[in-house]
Design a protein around this ligand. Structure first.
Ligand code: HEC
Ligand code: HEC
Length: 359
């Protein structure tokens, strides 16, 4: 007892001896670039005016998790783009601050540094920085004005300080908010899935995963000698997307409820075309497609096997899916494809502390 009392009084003495309040370092501009672990991914070729810096990325991360961006302070970007769900939403249609349902499934936010052909399912924003201000103002999402967001953030020292560190002065502007969010998104890189490790020769795939990989990367063979599922034509490159707007045959003309890319280009040839999504972390980003119609990867593979529908804009690449009997995948083939898709899960990315809330 005596010892504890002595220790306590020593601690109090030590505490009293300290300065009354720790003097906080004034915030200073710090343009140090953030070094990223690209592993075997190509150079993302960041825009010259917005290369990710340590402090810019920190600001973007704060903003991504900042509920003040929404009208009633109840919603942050991260509420619809959750890390455990591959930075997407497990709801078919996200719910905004007014408790209204959105019209499309939330897209995963990952590897956007390599998306060079527009953002959103219909590509209505050219760059990530243009995209970043849209959900704030969208009445079905955060429903807030940029002027209010600027005012709210300007009133917080933690933000004016962080704007100094990132941009050199405390001015909070919509443009800087957009640039900082873009920087943070540039760093959200998923490149260490089981498949990546396999590609780098660090491990082997199971025999089912390997058969699925072959199916994924093989063309359909009309002679029936070799099986192929044709997926790689559209889900192409290291990022499993060709970065194009396509119609993979979800609906016949009369059933199409969403005009997709046509809303942006006003070209009837783009009707029902949507951005080919990456398949990275796909096992974690259910539900699937722009309208979240499929709950499972098994349903997706069944769709590609025998469910593709003809329409005026369906891709020519779907010609074999459209023939009677479709791709002719057996139950085993389908299970193998799903097993392969699951190798794209990157647990390091999904739990990386650098992408968690900084608060
Ligand atoms: C209410 C839910 C919700 C909120 C809040 C939200 N998003 Fe989204 N996000 C979506 C939906 C839904 C889509 C797809 C919409 C579409 O394509 O029309 C999307 C699409 C995106 C995309 C496009 C990805 C791609 O591959 O093209 C990015 C990037 C993104 N959101 C980032 C953000 C950021 C940054 C914020 C915060 C400023 C945010 N989102 C807030 C639901 C939300
Ligand atoms: C002609 C191009 C094309 C081919 C071939 C193709 N896909 Fe797709 N895929 C797309 C497009 C476009 C979408 C988004 C469609 C939409 O939502 O309207 C998509 C969506 C998906 C999704 C849902 C992604 C998400 O985030 O919601 C999965 C999973 C998928 N494809 C897997 C496959 C597999 C497996 C194959 C091979 C059997 C395949 N795809 C073949 C173009 C293609």
């Amino acid at each position: 007892m005596k010892k504890i009392a002595l220790a306590l009084s020593l601690m109090t003495a030590a505490f009293l001896a300290c300065d009354p309040a720790p003097v906080e370092e004034p915030a200073v501009y710090d343009p140090t670039l953030l070094s990223l672990n690209l592993r075997d991914f190509p150079d993302p070729d960041f825009p010259a005016d917005n290369k990710p810096t340590v402090q810019g990325v920190m600001l973007g991360r704060m903003l991504f998790y900042e509920k003040l961006l929404s009208k009633d302070g109840s919603q942050a970007c991260a509420d619809c783009h959750r890390q455990a769900d591959g930075f997407s939403d497990s709801l078919q249609f996200s719910i905004g601050v007014e408790k209204l349902k959105g019209k499309r499934q939330a897209m995963p936010v990952m590897n956007l540094a390599w998306h060079k052909n527009g953002m959103f399912w219909d590509g209505r924003s050219a760059l990530a920085r243009d995209q970043a201000l849209k959900p704030i103002q969208d009445p079905l999402e955060m429903n807030e004005s940029l002027a209010n967001v600027v005012a709210k953030l300007s009133a917080e020292k933690k933000y004016t300080d962080q704007f100094i560190r990132a941009f050199g002065d405390p001015a909070v502007t919509a443009e800087r908010i957009a640039l900082a969010i873009e920087q943070f998104e540039f760093t959200m890189i998923s490149n260490n899935s089981k498949y990546d490790q396999f590609k780098r020769g660090e491990l082997a795939l199971s025999s089912s995963e390997e058969r699925g990989r072959q199916l994924f990367f093989t063309e359909f063979d009309p002679s029936g000698v070799k099986k192929g599922a044709e997926c790689f034509h559209c889900h192409a490159t290291f990022n499993f997307t060709n970065d194009e707007y396509m119609n993979n045959g979800l609906d016949a003309d009369a059933e199409q409820k969403d005009e997709g890319r046509m809303k942006v280009t006003l070209d009837a040839a783009d009707k029902a075309k949507f951005k080919t999504p990456t398949l990275r972390n796909i096992a974690r980003t259910a539900p699937y497609m722009h309208d979240g119609r499929f709950q499972t990867l098994e349903q997706v593979v069944d769709f590609y096997n025998t469910g593709v529908k003809p329409s005026s804009t369906v891709e020519f690449l779907m010609q074999y899916n459209l023939q009677p009997g479709g791709l002719g995948l057996s139950a085993q083939d389908k299970a193998d494809l799903v097993a392969f898709l699951k190798t794209l899960t990157d647990n390091e990315f999904l739990s990386n502390p650098a992408f968690k809330s900084p608060f």
